[in-house]
Each structure stands twice: as structure tokens, then as C-alpha cells.
Unconditional design. Structure first.
Length: 132
């Protein structure tokens, strides 16, 4: 269902968002709105039943819409920044970099988490405060 919501967003909504706000502002707004959206996930555990399902569904659609807005805006900016004969190389480099960081991020997060677990009684940034 969230995929269908994302498809509808891409077909009917994103075009107008990009037209009125542009690539930079729409990407910035989506990035800023992603932070409070992701911060609400822990509070959804207090819901149950239909309310929980509806909250998760809406959050998934909004998260996907924000991610689509950011990624599409970034691609448009990148393709506008280089000459047409270099777009393939620029897209290849950016896709490679994105894949590299997606591969490194879980390992880096695991290292940071284990380091934070060892620092439970440290004077500066003890335990989980180190992560946040």
C-alpha cells in the first residue's frame, strides 16, 4: 500500500511541488520534515490495532515521499550542474558513492553502538548519549 501511495505522489503531487518550490527548497523542506517524522516512530508503540496500522502506513508513505523528493531533487541538481556529455559519468560516480555509503553505514553504526555500550559510565557523553 505504501508503494501505491508513493506512486500517486510521484505522478500527481511531486510535479507541482517541484514547479512551485524548485529542487533545492523542496529537498530542504523534505529533509527537515523527515527528522520529526522519524522521531515519532518510538511513540507509535503506544498505539494498537487499527490506529497503529494507520499510523505506520501514513508514516511509511510520508517517509517515502520525502525520500523521493530529496533523491529526485538531488538528481535534477546534479544533472543541471554538469554538461550533457558528462552526465553519465556524474550519475555513475554519484550512484557508486551512494552504494558505498549504504554499505559502510550499518558497519559504522554497529561500531558506534558497541563503543557507546562500553562507555556507560564515562564522564563525557556516557553510553547512549554518545550516539545521539
Amino acid at each position: 500500500m505504501s508503494g501505491a501511495g508513493l506512486l500517486l505522489y510521484q505522478i500527481f503531487v511531486y510535479r507541482h511541488v517541484h514547479k512551485y518550490l524548485g529542487s533545492i527548497i523542496s529537498s530542504r523542506i523534505a529533509a527537515v520534515l523527515s527528522i520529526p517524522l522519524l522521531a515519532t516512530y518510538p511513540f507509535m508503540t503506544h498505539l494498537s490495532g487499527t490506529k497503529l496500522g494507520l499510523a505506520i502506513y501514513c508514516a511509511a508513505v510520508m517517509k517515502g515521499a520525502f525520500a523521493t523528493t530529496i533523491l529526485t531533487g538531488t538528481c535534477i541538481l546534479q544533472n543541471s550542474a554538469v554538461p550533457q556529455n558528462q552526465r553519465g559519468a556524474a550519475n555513475g560516480i554519484s550512484t557508486t558513492a551512494m552504494s558505498l555509503f549504504k554499505a559502510i553505514a550499518p558497519a559504522g553504526a554497529g561500531v558506534l553502538f558497541s563503543w557507546a555500550q562500553k562507555r556507560q559510565h564515562a564522564a563525557f557523553f556516557p553510553g547512549m548519549l554518545l550516539i545521539y
